[in-house]
Ligand binder design. Structure first.
Ligand code: UN1
Length: 491
């Protein structure tokens, strides 16, 4: 299957472009060929977006929201099909793929409600016969640069608030996962979203991503991906004085206190560490455990991890799918080797899986280490794979200090039955998301999503706060006194 860009409401082919193969990481089969846009194609898309936005920005927001409802219903109707496409392309197990489509559905319906809010403020003026308010206006053309690990969930968390706010979108999906984006283009087309409101351009980050960030006709950039790329996006976007929202890495921990329900904690750790084969920015990759329960937790964890079934995500029986490609396999394995050199003890896993069906795909054994030094690279750097390390601590203060000792700040979790511990922890953990008695993944669409420190630059996806990125705020003063009134002077 040859994919095509979606520009100005048409599927667009440029014969001069090269194609890359899209590989199913579970089988190594080629499932599609994706064009790599030239700058000419991108220009065409930017122009289409600009033209469309002029009209779209004038459509009443509740009417814009009606399209989101239609998209939401279409996603519902196609949920199973889309989930299968997602699993084939990205590898996550089918149950999780369904969850990701559901995240898109939830965001469509939630943001459709914003069509009847998009709240500004009204406030008294300090002068008589003068009215004061702030209103939201669209920012114009929005560029989305999105990752392969949540190839539809993350883009839709960004696209829907952008659309309902009256902007036009240019979306550059990750080159590893274009098929699900192409499916999304079909949905925009089927619901009759006005042409040019969403444009999908496949291409390289270096060329197309860079041009999106620097092009003067693109007003806002929302990027989810690695911290190193995010830094470049911030630098370039900053030079061009653009609003740039960054959602970057994580090094998320589950803290298990001595009064925790250990079986519950084990379930939460296993789910949040090995779901999506550890390739979530919210994935648990450190377990900070109170020394009094460390041995028991370790034994229970090993037992549960060794029960995990690994294989093609289309098979409902499998709990852990492949990682995205062989490069990822080798990167994960190099961290495992490094951890051993750093003195950590391997408890289970620690290898690229081989033999039987594993040879065809990119499978890494779910891996657990203990005796991990909190400052070692295994405990500090984002691995983006199914690897966790146990770190023992003596009390809550130490647990919080270890949690906060990384350069990232996305998600954290604590298992305890003590209400005082709960409140202290939620106050002192420095991440953008804190879970109590649940793992580190599973954010819901109506609360802000994002993190502190190296995880981003203060913006948030999801929730009503996402609108801050996609709207300009205009303060409007209406003086109906019929005379000159001077603020701060005529008191
Ligand atoms: C990501 O990994 O980039 O909270 C997003 C979660 C999901 C979103 C993850 N709702 O794990």
């Amino acid at each position: 299957m040859k994919l095509a860009h979606y520009i100005g409401g048409e599927f667009h082919v440029n014969e001069e472009e090269k194609y890359l193969e899209v590989i199913n990481p579970a089988t190594s089969d080629t499932i599609a060929n994706v064009p790599m846009a030239t700058l000419h194609t991108l220009d065409f898309a930017i122009n289409a977006a600009e033209q469309a936005q002029k009209i779209w920005g004038q459509v009443p927001a509740p009417k814009r929201a009606d399209y989101l409802l239609d998209i939401g219903y279409k996603l519902k109707e196609k949920k199973e099909h889309l989930a299968r496409v997602l699993t084939e392309e990205m590898g996550k197990v089918i149950e999780e793929a369904r969850g990701e489509i559901q995240e898109g559905i939830d965001m469509a319906f939630y943001m459709a409600g914003e069509g009847r809010r998009l709240l500004g403020e009204t406030t008294p003026s300090e002068l008589t016969d003068k009215f004061a308010m702030s209103v939201r206006t669209p920012v114009g053309v929005v560029g989305l640069i999105t990752p392969w690990n949540f190839p539809i969930g993350v883009p839709l968390l960004k696209a829907f608030p952008a659309i309902v706010s009256g902007n036009a979108v240019i979306w550059k999906p990750a080159s590893e996962t274009p098929v699900i984006a192409y499916e999304m283009a079909k949905i925009f087309d089927e619901v009759g979203l006005p042409k040019g409101v969403v444009n999908i351009v496949f291409g390289s980050g270096n060329e197309i991503g860079t041009e999106l960030v620097q092009n003067p006709h693109v007003n806002v950039i929302s990027f989810t991906g690695s911290t190193s790329t995010g830094r470049k996006v911030a630098e370039l976007g900053g030079y061009h004085l653009k609003k740039v929202s960054l959602e970057l890495g994580g090094k998320n921990a589950v803290i298990v206190m001595d009064d925790a329900d250990l079986d519950l904690a084990v379930e939460g750790i296993v789910w949040s560490a090995f779901g999506t084969a550890g390739q979530r920015c919210t994935a648990c990759s450190r377990v900070i455990v109170h020394e009094a329960v460390a041995d028991e937790l370790e034994q229970k964890l090993v037992a549960e991890i060794e029960k995990l079934t690994i294989g093609n995500g289309l098979d409902e029986a499998n709990k852990v799918g492949p990682v995205i490609n062989t490069e990822a396999l080798y990167k994960i394995h190099s961290y495992v080797e490094l951890a051993q050199l750093d003195g950590a003890t391997l408890l289970t896993g620690g290898q690229i899986l081989e033999g039987d069906d594993y040879d065809l795909g990119c499978y890494y054994a779910p891996t657990l280490f203990k005796n991990v030094h909190p400052q070692s690279r295994l405990a500090q750097e984002e691995i983006f794979g199914p690897v966790i390390g146990l770190i023992s601590v003596a009390n809550l203060e130490e647990a919080v200090a270890v949690n906060n000792s990384v350069t990232y700040g996305l998600s954290s979790s604590i298992y305890t039955r003590d209400v005082n511990t709960v409140f202290r922890a939620q106050r002192d953990l420095d991440t953008g998301i804190v879970y109590v008695n649940a793992g580190t993944t599973g954010a819901e669409v109506h609360l802000p999503f994002g993190g502190t420190k190296g995880t981003g630059n203060g913006h948030r996806d999801s929730g009503a706060r996402a609108l801050e990125l996609y709207t300009e705020v205009k303060s409007v003063y209406i003086d109906f006194s019929g005379k000159l009134q001077r603020a701060q002077i005529d008191r």
